[in-house]
Design a protein around this ligand. Structure first.
Ligand SMILES: Nc1nc2c(c(=O)[nH]1)N=C([C@H](O)[C@H](O)COP(=O)(O)OP(=O)(O)OP(=O)(O)O)CN2
Ligand SMILES: [Zn+2]
Length: 121
């Protein structure tokens, strides 16, 4: 199996309103998000690529337009946790690039969440 990954960055604010009052992440705060888009394939095209990294610029455009410098609670209709942001991006990418295998999102240098569907095997 071949696997590639490209990294994307954006800055955004959110508040996790489903957390108990007093939890430090319930109030308004922001992160410098890092998104890792992973794609995999058993085969390569005639160039030797799963996909040209440049084709993934559509994802950068989407992040820049819809997420960068936004308040994620206004952008998403589910709580903007790292897990849900990863799932949202996975769904967006999978619809465009069937080779999409996982999306990982990091809010802080010490944490990340990933959406990777259970393999059929
Ligand atoms: N499972 C999840 N837990 C938490 C999420 C999340 O998206 N999924 N998000 C947050 C906060 O939004 C934010 O990420 C803060 O995380 P935290 O680890 O508390 O960040 P700190 O840098 O302040 O961590 P310290 O260990 O206190 O340095 C919280 N939980
Ligand atoms: Zn947060």
């Amino acid at each position: 199996m071949f696997r590639i990954c490209k990294e994307f960055h954006f800055c955004a604010s959110h508040s996790l309103e489903t957390l108990p009052l007093g939890h430090k992440c319930a109030g308004l705060h922001g992160h410098n998000y890092i998104v890792y888009l992973e794609l995999e394939s058993e085969t390569l095209d005639e160039t030797g690529f799963i996909i040209d990294f440049h084709e993934l610029s559509a994802f950068k455009d989407y992040i820049d337009d819809a997420f960068d410098h936004r308040h994620l609670n206004d952008v998403m209709d589910i709580p903007p946790t790292t897990e849900n942001v990863a799932f949202h991006f996975y769904t967006w990418c999978k619809a465009r690039w069937p080779q999409t295998s996982a999306v990982r999102v990091s809010e802080t240098p010490k944490t990340w969440a990933e959406y990777r569907p259970k393999s059929a095997a």
